[in-house]
Design a protein. Sequence first.
Length: 193
Amino acid sequence: MSAYTASRSRAAGRASFAAGSAPRAGRSGARGASFAAGYRGARYVPTSVAEALPDYDEPSIAVVPGAGRRAQTQQGLSAAALTLAKVCAVVCIALAVIAVARVAITSAAASCALETREITQKIDTARSQGNELEVAQSVLANPTRIKAQAMALGMMAPSAAYSEQLNLPPDVVATDEAGNLSLSESTAALAAQ
């Protein structure tokens, strides 16, 4: 800003201050006077442009009361259009919820099917292993095989003379007519021996 413009602003500020317009509250001295004189901030302009700028006593800002967006919305859209938009939004949300629920149910069904398949495979494996074990048990329990294995180990069946030498004493445990153990009869049989 040139010296001429600055002195002109100061002179205008002094003149307006002398004319009775006090500087605005919160501003001090020359700054308040320059704002009252229409100073709008530091500008780096040539002197010819600065001289052509008009001098304002007050800023050219005016407040116009109004309803703002609400007035524009009411004028721009009718009540039927707003209702239609709300219904469309609700329908879209409902469709989204149904789609999410369907995907969740489908994924749960797929995971259950996979688990069922795995369990079925485990059951089939266990059954085949059980069949193999039954075959192995029948082969190992064959009396002919047991006799051959015993002879290979040097074992043999006892002779008839040896089996006649075994004499077991009679059993002292006695039962009553109902088939229950009887302590009194068992002690009597033990005493009789």
